[in-house]
Ligand binder design. Structure first.
Ligand code: NA7
Length: 541
């Protein structure tokens, strides 16, 4: 065991969460190491380099709120692409000299708790072993990609990839490209490559109820002026809105508005773009089907007007909603629907013509047609929210892997940790607001909460802290109870519910009560002496 590396704290994952956690742990004076599977900082922005990959959160709030960091950084657009976000991470890295505490290309495969020593042993794929008292999982919600087990997949002769492993510098110009999946990734990829390819064949299972992004250039001088007086207010505002954005849900019931009133409101949100029409509009779309139908009708009519062919209109924006609007995550698009007016683009509805097999030359559908392709790209998503956690063999006090524990459903307390897994926390993971919120908004206060509880342990000679089972059961049940009031189950396949992955337990995986309620819940627990958490006294002072 001589080459075991000892640390106070190990962080796994170097996206927004891991980087913030590293900064916090340094402030505490911990001897800390961040282990990252990729070759750079950025998390999803390190891996997702497909053409068109860009964030759907709008700036200035898709960055850290520390004035020392934002004072010298300026995004060029409201919704930056992966390149610019990676530049942002490089900037933060340089400014804070982060990489000296990071081990890249280090994928953690197991984490085993040693109760007698109150320490975790983490092992990487390459066999490097680390021991640590504190263990923070910052693996994000989309780190384990998913390709459905299509027959014949190994026989395809052309380029075949999941979108999160897009081949570097792969040029689609003049190629016949197939894309399976029309989630957020598919929409971004399709609209970007459609003007370049020779032919595009899109395989769609569920139409994406995408919203107009309305991208904007950000003026440098204007940004500089706003930093002094407006940014602090905007960053503060993130804790007061349902999703940690600057806009908020309107809690007035849709059907209590007049037709004129709501049409004006809808039009306003539509013109503002981004998520305004979704999580900046009437909140009852999430639990009132009638209200939801009204919002869907507005979306549908706006969208159909952009599509020329009547059959295409019905495939992309059907008269009857494929599922309640907004219970699957809408993508933000810029020219997505116009793509389908191009003569070189086919849209295959796999509900009517399912994918029977992948052949050496393309994809055969159930109508017998072989769609000839040079490249086949799977925009088929991820084992979202839980996949990054359960991919690691994590064993706590009873030695049972967390993957097994969660077969019948996620169990967590406050979306921060789980009973029998002491000193292990996660940020932006299962049963937290995660992707129901702007990432950095939730990440920052959660990361601070974890640093605070560690500080509390160190000041009070406590060697470990673990979620109490009763508190965990109450939290998990309350979450599913709130979920049951909503329309979430109205979508057949949805990563929000885990129903995008065959055999995965169907349940809401994120906390649906909004950022302010979540923030209050975790802060209340801390204020009441960390109610719901159990501490162990250290044997030595
Ligand atoms: P998503 O949103 O899970 O989208 C995956 C897409 O792949 C979606 O359109 C699926 O259809 C489709 N899919 C999955 N399996 C199949 C099969 N077997 N046949 C045909 N089509 C299939 O993943 P993304 O990467 O787009 O986005 C993930 C999140 O990352 C995103 O929401 C952001 O928060 C960032 P379905 O809709 O399930 O019918």
């Amino acid at each position: 065991m001589s080459d075991v590396q000892e640390f106070d704290a190990i962080i796994v994952g170097a996206g927004f969460a891991g980087v913030h956690q590293l900064i916090q742990f340094r402030k505490l004076g911990l001897k800390v190491r961040l282990l990252e599977a990729g070759g750079g900082l950025g998390g999803v922005w390190y891996w997702n380099n497909y053409p068109g990959a860009r964030v759907d959160s709008e700036n200035p709030i898709y960055q850290f709120s520390d004035p020392e960091l934002y004072k010298d950084w300026n995004y060029s657009v409201k919704f930056p692409d992966w390149r610019e976000i990676r530049q942002y991470f490089e900037y933060v890295d340089k400014k804070l000299d982060l990489s000296k505490d990071v081990s890249y290309n280090s994928r953690v495969v197991s984490a085993i708790w040693d109760e007698s020593a109150d320490r975790w042993t983490l092992t990487t794929e390459a066999g490097t072993v680390y021991r640590t008292q504190w263990f923070s999982l910052c693996v994000g919600i989309g780190s384990k990609y998913y390709i459905p087990p299509f027959k014949g997949i190994e026989t395809f002769k052309g380029e075949i990839h999941h979108t999160s492993r897009w081949p570097k510098d792969y040029d689609v110009k003049g190629k016949r490209v197939g894309v399976v999946g029309t989630g957020s990734t598919g929409v971004q990829l399709i609209q970007d490559i459609a003007p370049l390819v020779d032919h595009l064949t899109v395989f769609q299972r569920t139409p994406n109820l995408s919203l107009p992004m309305r991208q904007e250039k950000l003026d440098l001088e204007e940004q500089k002026k706003l930093k002094d007086y407006l940014y602090p207010i905007q960053f503060g505002r993130r804790l007061q809105t349902f999703s940690g954005y600057l806009h908020d849900l309107d809690m007035k019931p849709t059907l209590e508005t007049t037709l004129e009133e709501r049409t004006l409101a809808y039009e306003d949100k539509w013109q503002k773009g981004g998520f305004h029409f979704w999580i900046g509009s009437y909140g009852d779309i999430f639990f009132n089907q009638e209200a939801n139908d009204v919002a869907y009708a507005f979306w549908r009519d706006k969208t159909r007007a952009r599509i020329n062919d009547p059959e295409m209109k019905e495939k992309l924006a059907p008269m009857k909603s494929p599922h309640p609007f907004g219970v699957k995550r809408p993508s933000l698009e810029q020219s997505y629907f116009e793509v389908y007016n191009q003569p070189n683009v086919d849209l295959i509805d796999v509900n009517k013509n399912s994918i029977v097999e992948i052949t050496p030359d393309g994809v055969r559908t159930s109508d017998g047609v072989e769609h000839k392709l040079d490249a086949l790209m799977f925009a088929t998503g991820f084992d979202m929210v839980t996949g990054g956690v359960t991919a690691i063999d994590i064993r706590g006090q009873d030695g049972i892997p967390i993957k097994e524990k969660w077969v019948d459903g996620v169990r967590s307390y406050l979306g921060l940790g789980s009973a029998t897994y002491p000193n292990m926390f996660w940020i932006y993971g299962p049963q937290s607001p995660a992707a129901f919120s702007n990432g950095p908004s939730t990440i920052e206060f959660t990361s601070e909460w974890i640093a605070d509880v560690i500080k509390h342990c160190r000041e009070n000679n406590l060697s470990h802290v673990v979620a109490a089972k009763e508190a965990q059961d109450a939290w998990s049940e309350q979450l599913q109870q709130i979920a049951s009031m909503g329309l979430w189950t109205g979508a057949k396949h949805s990563w929000y519910m885990g129903s995008n992955i065959e055999g995965k337990k169907v349940e809401l995986l994120q906390f649906p009560g909004g950022v302010p309620v979540y923030y209050k819940a975790i802060m209340d627990s801390a204020a009441k002496g960390y109610e719901g958490w159990v501490f162990k006294k250290a044997t030595t002072a």
